[in-house]
Ligand binder design. Structure first.
Ligand SMILES: Nc1nc2c(ncn2[C@@H]2O[C@H](COP(=O)(O)OP(=O)(O)O)[C@@H](O)[C@H]2O)c(=O)[nH]1
Ligand SMILES: [Mg+2]
Length: 255
C-alpha cells in the first residue's frame, strides 16, 4: 500500500465514554493509507457499556480507566502514552461520530510541511447547525481569546486537533475536564498554529444552558490559572532572584 506519510509515527488519540454505538464506525472510517506506523489509541474512560468490547475487536491499542474521569483525563492518558513512545505527530478526535476521520491528513500536513506545531478544527468554515446558545458561547470565547491573547481561533471548543512531537514533549497538561481550553492557553500565545476547516456532524442532543453558563465562568478561571498565573509566577521569580543576587553581591562587597 502507498502511504501518505510513510514511516511517520502517528498516534490517533480517541477518548471514548459510553460510545458502544459509535466507536466501531469511527475506527472503521479511519483511512488505511495514513502511515504504516499509525497507532490508534482508544481510551475507554470507565464506560459502563460495551465500548471496550467493541474497540478490542479491532487492531488498535486500548487503554482503560477503571472509573470515569472526564474527556480531558482520557485525552491526557492517550497523550502520555504517545509521549512515552516518542510519536512524531498526535491527532485527537472524538469517538462519538462528530469528527470525520477523513480529515486526519489535513491536520497532519501543515505540521509536516509548514513547521506548524498545532492544528485545530474549524467547523464554521462550512455551515454548521449549532444550538444558538452554544454558538453564542463559542463566539464569546473567540472574542475572549482575541481580546486577551491577541490570537484568532474561530472554533475554540472544537476537540479535533493535532500536536507536533515538540508540543507533546514540552508541555504538561493538568485538566481532567477543561483540557481543550487549557491547551489553547498554553499553545496559541507561544506556538505556530493553523485552523483546519472540517465538516462536523451534529450531535443528537444539545446541552443545557446551565452547563454553558458554568463554561463561561470557567473560561475566566482557566485564563487566570493557565495564562495569567504562570506569567506572574515567572515575573516574581525573576524579580526575587534579581533581588537575591543583588543582596548576595552587596554582602560580599561589604565583607
Ligand atoms: N461527555 C463526556 N465525554 C467523554 C468523557 N470521557 C471521554 N469522553 C469522550 O470525549 C469525546 C467528546 O465528548 P462530547 O461529549 O462529545 O463533547 P463535545 O463534542 O465537545 O460536546 C467523546 O468521544 C466522548 O466519548 C466524559 O467523561 N464525558
Ligand atoms: Mg462530541
Amino acid at each position: 500500500m502507498k502511504y501518505l506519510f510513510p514511516s511517520l509515527k502517528i498516534g490517533l488519540v480517541i477518548p471514548a465514554y459510553n460510545e458502544e454505538l459509535n466507536i466501531g464506525k469511527t475506527i472503521e472510517q479511519i483511512p488505511r493509507n495514513i502511515s504504516d506506523k499509525l497507532d490508534v489509541v482508544v481510551i475507554d474512560d470507565g464506560s459502563i457499556d460495551k465500548t471496550s468490547d467493541i474497540a478490542s475487536k479491532y487492531n488498535i491499542t486500548l487503554l482503560k480507566h477503571p472509573k470515569n474521569r472526564g474527556n480531558g483525563a482520557a485525552t491526557k492518558t492517550g497523550l502520555i502514552y504517545c509521549r512515552e513512545r516518542n510519536f512524531d505527530i498526535i491527532v485527537i478526535l472524538d469517538a462519538d461520530g462528530q469528527h470525520d476521520p477523513k480529515y486526519i491528513s489535513n491536520f497532519i500536513t501543515p505540521i509536516l510541511e509548514d513547521s506548524i506545531d498545532f492544528t485545530i478544527g474549524n467547523r464554521f468554515k462550512y455551515y454548521y447547525d449549532m444550538e444558538p446558545k452554544r454558538k453564542l458561547c463559542s463566539k464569546f470565547m473567540s472574542a475572549f481569546y482575541f481580546i486577551f491573547l491577541r490570537r484568532k481561533v474561530a472554533d475554540p471548543t472544537n476537540g479535533y486537533r493535532a500536536l507536533s512531537s515538540k508540543l507533546l514533549q514540552e508541555l504538561e497538561f493538568e485538566s481532567e475536564y477543561s483540557l481543550t481550553q487549557e491547551m489553547l492557553y498554553k499553545i496559541i500565545p507561544y506556538y505556530k498554529y493553523k485552523e483546519i476547516p472540517v465538516k462536523v456532524n451534529p450531535r443528537n442532543h444539545g446541552q443545557s444552558f446551565i452547563k454553558i453558563k458554568n463554561y463561561l465562568l470557567k473560561i475566566i478561571l482557566l485564563f487566570l490559572k493557565f495564562y495569567i498565573f504562570p506569567k506572574v509566577k515567572k515575573i516574581t521569580h525573576k524579580i526575587l532572584s534579581d533581588e537575591f543576587r543583588t543582596r548576595v553581591k552587596s554582602y560580599y562587597l561589604k565583607t
